[in-house]
Design a protein around this ligand. Structure first.
Ligand SMILES: [Zn+2]
Length: 562
């Protein structure tokens, strides 16, 4: 039972989707048809999820009605079936405000000449552009045909042949994805490549050069990559996430193009989802940690294998501190792995807890049973549940039949906080950074010439209330091309009311839409009355350029006290 879907797959389960869509950039809508195939049934009704869709007609059915719209779930589309029926075709169009579509004007792209469209279906936004059973427990194969009104190229996350797309493996609805824009392609190896706007595509090719090595690294540890090609699509900067693991075609933010491969852990993360998430999927959004905790764990293993133990230790240590910081701001009920989401939008459960606490649990299990045995377990887990959606209880049952442990699994999963036995990460390099930070605080000059992005981030985070004018004079942080370091610098500038930093805030918040950067910066601004005024003034201008998901998050912060 999925509380975030109107559909009733226990009665009729859709198996295959044929999608035929026209992309109208002028009206910011999609029009077309979704043909849904299922086993012949005598059940009288098929219920689909929709949100803000205009349903024109339903073919091969005895009738239909659209129910009342729920603010979180959208509206059920109830289709009356004829006896023995095995398919229906829904003719529909989307709304310009569809929560899963972002339509960008040319000014919001890198090239500034052509518009751009991309979808974001996770968690429950597929229903805003396709009428379907929008639950991760329902897996379907699909085919798509997509035409654009202005000749721009469209891509779907699937096998591609011209404007025809096909997904042979059954996938959950949140992995159905489409993008259209001025895109060029560069090959990265035998089975991988990158799409991006022409002005970004070569930078993206250099940044992602290790992708094939990453795929081989996971295959050696956890079994074959089963999706054919692995390509990346670099989106415009308004993309609300770091990445989205759409199968065969990861969507990624351009804010990871740092020029030195220092932020490619994101590629490792999205690639890891080809096993944890896309192959073995959370059955409901409360089980989200099965997707994300496993993926952060595998991401770390890729980084360790391709870039070395030091880099892994630094990234894990940074993440561990971020988890502590975020948990402090969460109610106890949200510090558990199995998330209580009744009456809530599943996007609200998307904190660091399922990601980092989940990964910490797996590292703790690995430490206890030993790496070899744990890797063998994971490999068999992916084989056993391949192309299936499972619950936390199913994972626990399987784990307990394969391995025994003294790790208190129920406490990790159902109780708030981090159990004392956690396998905490430790970085030698960061110990050196901490020494450097205390010397710098004492007025000494320090050598930072060989520092990585991770060392910089740790340095900035351990300096307590530093003299920002001196920091800027020595290190020119406002001129960094690295979005992670810049956003850290901007947060510190807000805390210290440091005008030269604050002056950059406007252009950053008006050009970048990644929630990871927006949320802390707006939250920091809202701590003081002057900051709150600045936040509202910037947000008024920036909001139209943000994705609906980011708008929803920042609305909740900026308008919370109104
Ligand atoms: Zn993820």
């Amino acid at each position: 039972m999925d509380i975030h879907s109107w559909s009733r797959p226990d009665e009729v389960q859709v198996r295959h989707l044929e999608l035929d869509l026209d992309v109208h950039f002028d009206r910011k809508i999609l029009t077309g048809a979704a043909t849904l195939h299922f086993d012949p049934t005598s059940h009288p009704e098929l219920v689909l999820d929709t949100r803000d869709l205009e349903i024109h007609s339903v073919e091969n059915a005895a009738g239909f009605e659209v129910g009342a719209r729920d603010p979180i779930l959208g509206a059920p589309l109830r289709i009356r079936l004829t006896p023995g029926c095995s398919w229906v075709r829904v003719n529909y169009s989307t709304s310009p405000n569809a929560s899963g579509l972002q339509w960008l004007d040319p000014a919001q792209t890198a090239g500034k000449r052509m518009p751009f469209l991309y979808t974001q279906s996770q968690a429950i936004h597929a229903r805003s552009w396709i009428p379907l059973q929008d639950s991760p427990a329902v897996r379907i194969t699909f085919e798509g045909r997509v035409r654009t009104s202005n000749g721009l190229s469209a891509v779907m996350a699937a096998e591609r042949a011209g404007n025809h797309f096909r997904m042979r493996h059954p996938v959950p609805s949140y992995l159905i994805a489409l993008a259209a824009g001025d895109l060029e392609f560069r090959s990265l190896g035998e089975r991988c490549g990158v799409f991006a706007e022409p002005s970004l595509v070569d930078a993206a090719r250099r940044e992602f050069a290790d992708t094939e090595a990453m795929i081989r690294a996971v295959e050696e540890m956890f079994g074959p990559y089963r999706w054919g090609r692995y390509d990346l699509l670099v989106l415009p900067p308004s993309f609300p996430f770091g990445g989205m693991e759409n199968p065969c075609l990861t969507f990624a933010t351009p804010t990871i193009l740092a020029g030195d491969k220092s932020l490619v852990a994101l590629v490792a993360h999205e690639l890891a989802h080809s096993w944890s998430g896309n192959l073995v999927t959370n059955a409901t959004w409360s089980d989200f940690w099965l997707n994300e905790g496993f993926t952060v764990y595998i991401e770390g293993r890729i980084i360790e294998k391709v870039y070395g133990q030091d880099r892994y230790a630094m990234e894990a240590t940074l993440a561990r501190r971020e988890l502590d910081r975020e948990m402090e701001s969460l109610p106890e009920s949200d510090r558990v792995l199995y998330l209580p989401l009744a009456g809530r939008d599943p996007d609200d459960g998307c904190t660091l807890v399922p990601y980092q606490k989940g990964a910490l649990l797996l590292r703790t299990l690995e430490r206890e049973v030993g790496r070899d045995r744990f890797d063998a377990f994971l490999r068999s887990y992916f084989d056993h549940f391949a192309f299936r959606s499972i619950s936390t209880a199913e994972f626990l049952n399987y784990f307990r039949t394969e391995l025994s442990t003294t790790v208190p699994l129920d406490e990790w999963i159902y109780s708030p906080g981090i159990p004392a036995s956690a396998a905490e990460p430790y970085s030698d390099a960061f110990t050196c950074v901490e020494t450097a930070a205390s010397r710098w605080r004492n007025g000494e000059t320090i050598d930072t010439s060989r520092w990585s992005t991770q060392e910089w981030l740790h340095f900035l985070r351990v300096l307590e209330k530093p003299d920002l004018a001196r920091l800027e004079a020595e290190f020119h942080l406002s001129r960094t091309g690295n979005a992670e370091i810049l956003s850290q610098w901007l947060a510190m500038s807000i805390q210290a009311q440091f005008e030269p930093g604050l002056a950059l805030l406007d252009s950053f918040l008006c050009s970048v839409g990644r929630r990871k950067f927006l949320k802390p910066l707006y939250s920091e601004l809202l701590k003081t009355p002057e900051g709150a005024e600045r936040a509202r003034s910037i947000y008024r201008r920036a909001r139209p350029g943000y994705h609906p998901i980011a708008q929803h998050t920042i609305d909740g912060l900026v308008f919370a006290d109104r």
